[in-house]
Design a protein around this ligand. Structure first.
Ligand SMILES: C[S@@+](CC[C@H](N)C(=O)[O-])C[C@H]1O[C@@H](n2cnc3c(N)ncnc32)[C@H](O)[C@@H]1O
Length: 211
């Protein structure tokens, strides 16, 4: 998918503040958000698994640049205590990468990144995804980025987001078909079994559009 000049400009102008997303993957996520905005799909933007905000900052920048920050809110979710424990569904032959407790930053650190960048912070909610209630998500979601790394985290995210996703809305999921994180693809496969969806993937980002 060809990225727009606006996205190319944002990516060349601002740094990635962590190594938790690659540039091509981020470009894919932003391109999908841009398309969703161009199609005027009703609803807000959510990110489940925001960590320090590397992607969230760019979601905000794209909304600001396209003058959509007043109409689309951003909701960001994280345990803010790092990854939960790994389960058997996440076992991979690539070793002991990605352990429970890794990737821990505080909500304060996350919000501070927005302050430093002079950007409006998202609505930020601390908690484990399986403790979140539907009311803690926006009523209608136009665009979602799921980046919880593990089987249960992605499954819990899909259970929360899918019922609220607008027709034409898009879910993007990081680490799809990544050898070190096999639980992501398993969760996608299990959740969407028997459901008619459009799915493609590029740069380990799965893109799912609701018909
Ligand atoms: C790979 S990082 C996210 C990176 C971020 N999206 C970015 O693009 O820079 C994964 C994050 O998901 C969070 N996380 C994973 N599983 C979770 C769960 N079940 N509940 C809450 N947070 C979770 C971790 O705390 C961690 O901050």
């Amino acid at each position: 998918m060809k990225q727009s000049a606006v996205i190319a400009q944002l990516l060349s102008r601002y740094p990635l503040i962590s190594d938790q997303i690659s540039r091509p993957a981020l470009a894919t996520v932003l391109t999908q958000l841009d398309l969703t905005l161009q199609r005027a799909i009703e609803g807000d933007v959510v990110e489940l698994g925001c960590y320090i905000g590397t992607t969230t900052l760019f979601l905000r920048r794209l909304l600001d640049t396209t003058n959509q920050s007043d109409t689309s809110r951003i909701f960001a979710y994280d345990s803010f205590t790092g990854l939960p424990p790994k389960t058997n569904a996440d076992a991979s032959g690539t070793g002991e990468q990605f352990q429970g407790g890794e990737l821990s930053v505080t909500k304060k650190q996350f919000l501070h990144e927005f302050y430093k960048a002079n950007l409006k912070p998202p609505i930020t909610i601390k908690g484990w995804f399986n403790d979140l209630t539907p009311e803690q998500l926006p009523e209608t979601i136009a665009f979602a980025f799921l980046d919880g790394d593990f089987y249960a985290s992605i499954l819990d995210s899909l259970r929360l987001v899918w019922p609220r996703l607008a027709v034409g809305g898009v879910i993007t999921i990081d680490d799809y078909q990544r050898e070190a994180l096999p639980g992501v693809e398993r969760a996608v496969r299990d959740f969407f079994q028997g459901k008619a969806i459009e799915l493609h993937h590029e740069h380990h980002i799965a893109v799912i559009r609701r018909r």
